[in-house]
Write a new protein. Structure first.
Length: 318
């Protein structure tokens, strides 16, 4: 599987990492990455940067040493109602947000409390990824977590630091396998990350990729395969129409939307008040795909009726 990006990495701004943004970018360039994401810890983490550091992130070049740069934050979930440590004012400049549970910021609760913390965090529009939910320090209902991620369109992280031998995260590999099973079941996108706190760990995804192979996880659900796959997923989450309308992104975006049951046979967004939930919409899109294929085969007018839609391959399988 192609693996061209790493978006969970930390710099000296996190307080317990060891390289600067420029050093991390240089390392990413040497390793041939197409995209590097910097996601320093939110300000509630002891020793991390202030909220103003994240607010000022627009000044960071979005390309360094030939590598596309995104700037995000590993947001700390602070309570069982899903509150995080950056509000809209200070998170507005970020390209993405990863929401994680850390025991220095929130005491592990019951299974129901921990699960609620994740579910409520996903309601925050600045949360695009759930970080290392496999840490057994926090008991979680994985089926409920992933089902809710499906409904919200949020991605789930497969974190190398959780699954490598000797990981400090409790039952990380075992839990990650369960999470992947649920992601495959619900069709939820996964992003593989190194959680690098030093430049040499960038793109160290060996054990995460081995686990994906072991459980036969669908490659089309792994956004690491291309920059466009990641950007399309983020654009969908952020409702970023400028990104969605870029010609080179359109095909990937349409595949994301169709898998999430959010487009009809003409590529238009299904109305939010159509009365159907996401699962029903997926079935509707599948039916429309079959009807479109039928028209192509049996109607001499199909080119006139459906040609523009089919030419853009909106409903091709990824």
């Amino acid at each position: 599987m192609l693996d061209v990006l790493d978006i969970h990495t930390h710099t000296t701004a996190s307080g317990h990492a060891y390289n600067t943004i420029y050093e991390m970018a240089q390392s990413a360039s040497r390793k041939g990455l197409a995209l590097l994401g910097i996601s320093d810890h939110g300000p509630a983490m002891e020793g991390s940067a202030s909220k103003h550091y994240f607010r000022s992130s627009r000044c960071i070049p979005r390309e360094l040493y030939g590598v596309k740069i995104l700037f995000g934050c590993e947001l700390n979930i602070m309570d069982y109602d899903g509150g995080v440590d950056l509000d809209e004012v200070f998170a507005g400049a970020l390209d993405y947000g990863i929401a994680s549970l850390h025991d220095v910021c929130i005491t592990p609760g019951s299974r129901a409390e921990n699960t609620r913390a994740y579910l409520k965090a996903m309601e925050n529009p600045k949360v695009h990824i759930i970080g290392h939910p496999d840490d057994g320090t926090y008991a979680v209902d994985f089926d409920e977590l992933v089902r809710h991620a499906r409904e919200r369109g949020v991605m789930i992280e497969l974190n190398e630091a959780s699954v490598r031998p000797g990981s400090y995260r409790k039952n990380g590999r075992e839990n990650a396998a369960v999470v992947l099973d649920r992601c495959a079941h619900y069709g939820v996108k996964v992003v593989v990350s190194s959680d690098a706190h030093v430049e040499c760990d960038i793109l160290r995804h060996r054990y995460a990729l081995e686990l994906l192979e072991t459980v036969h996880f669908p490659e089309e659900l792994v956004v690491n395969r291309s920059v466009d796959a990641l950007m399309a997923a983020l654009a969908y989450l952020k409702k970023d129409m400028d990104i969605l309308h870029r010609e080179e992104m359109e095909s990937e975006v349409m595949r994301v939307l169709s898998r999430n049951g959010m487009i009809d046979m003409t590529g238009s967004l299904l109305p939010g008040v159509d009365g159907f939930d996401t699962r029903m919409n997926v079935g509707i899109v599948s039916m429309m795909r079959q009807c479109t294929a039928y028209a192509v085969r049996y109607s001499h007018n199909s080119d006139h009726w459906f040609g523009p839609v089919l030419a853009k391959k909106f409903f091709e399988q990824a």
